[in-house]
Design a protein around this ligand. Structure first.
Ligand code: SF4
Length: 300
């Protein structure tokens, strides 16, 4: 089995108490079976505290406290489970976040999701073109899989061609993958407002996009940062074409995401790009339903 990850992956560290948008606030935290069994059997005060904060719903999850905080997130925004028992005590979802995984025959790809503040800052801080690191052996060669990987490699090469402007790279990427030209992101405001949304701030931003997006100033952000975002969206979503056979919508989504963030940065120059990317990721990328709507809209 091959395990693949972007070269920046090992450098990720959770910024814990310094995180302004902790993943331990506002998200339901489901508990996997193995962790649940461990929590049920745990002796002492920590075991009692664990059991009194678990809802036995389907799936079982921690009961969020005031402000939708995880009951184990203390006043310093640090995790009491880690402090008292170490990382081994975390349930699977907490141990994994913000990692995502894509599976292909004989190959698992791991990455860091942009909805994590620490991951977004790390990805956008990169100045060199991102490369992929592979560990293990390819014990299940598959021609179809390799054709998809080859096409994605070509897509990466276009996205990282620093002799071209970002607009030219996006055009070339869409041509390479026969992707749908998404047009101006302001024309997508109605679609975005139909999606499941988490935060009223995001709603207000999309409404402003609809009103003023087409006259938004060009943001002062370097091409390198846009490149890192484009590569991120390709890395995270391109291989999902393995399931539906449609690479065009995945390339279209990467270009759409980039243009939308560029437009939002023009409308909100005071907000850091990493924060805009984090919001977009939390609102759109972390909902399978939302992604499905956008992929479908982007199918030719
Ligand atoms: S969002 Fe990322 S940086 Fe923030 S607490 Fe969660 S894992 Fe850590």
């Amino acid at each position: 089995m091959l395990t693949v990850y972007p070269d920046y992956y090992p450098a990720f560290r959770c910024i814990a108490g310094d995180c302004r948008h902790s993943c331990c606030i506002g998200w339901e935290i489901d508990i996997d079976e193995e962790s649940l069994a461990k929590y049920k059997a745990m002796p002492g005060p920590l075991g009692e505290r664990l059991r009194s904060n678990i809802s036995a719903g389907d799936p079982p999850h921690f009961v969020l406290g005031e402000g939708e905080r995880c009951p184990f997130l203390n006043r310093c925004n640090l995790c009491d489970l880690i402090l008292e028992g170490g990382e081994a005590l975390l349930c699977q979802i907490c141990g994994d976040h913000p990692r995502f995984r894509n599976f292909l025959p004989g190959r698992t790809e791991i990455g860091l999701g942009l909805c994590c503040e620490g991951a977004a800052a790390l990805i956008l801080s990169r100045t060199e073109p991102v490369t992929l690191v592979a560990e293990g052996t390819d014990d299940a060669p598959d021609r179809e899989r390799d054709a998809l990987l080859d096409l994605r490699q070509q897509a990466f090469a276009v996205a990282q061609d620093r002799t071209l402007s970002m607009d030219a790279r996006c055009d070339r990427l869409l041509r390479l993958c026969h992707g749908c030209e998404p047009g101006h992101p302001a024309d997508w405001a109605d679609v975005l407002l139909e999606l499941e949304r988490l935060d009223d701030t995001w709603t207000a931003m999309v409404e402003k996009l609809a009103r003023e997006g087409k006259t938004a100033p060009i943001p002062a952000v370097t091409d390198v940062e846009w490149e890192q975002l484009l590569v991120y969206f390709l890395y995270r979503h391109f291989l999902t074409a393995w399931e539906d056979g449609d690479v065009g919508s995945k390339a279209g989504f990467a270009v759409f995401s980039l243009r939308l963030l560029r437009c939002l940065k023009g409308l909100y120059p005071q907000i850091e790009l990493a924060e805009l990317a984090r919001m977009y990721s939390a609102e759109v990328e972390y909902s399978t339903e939302n992604l499905d709507v956008l992929f479908e809209e982007l199918m030719i």
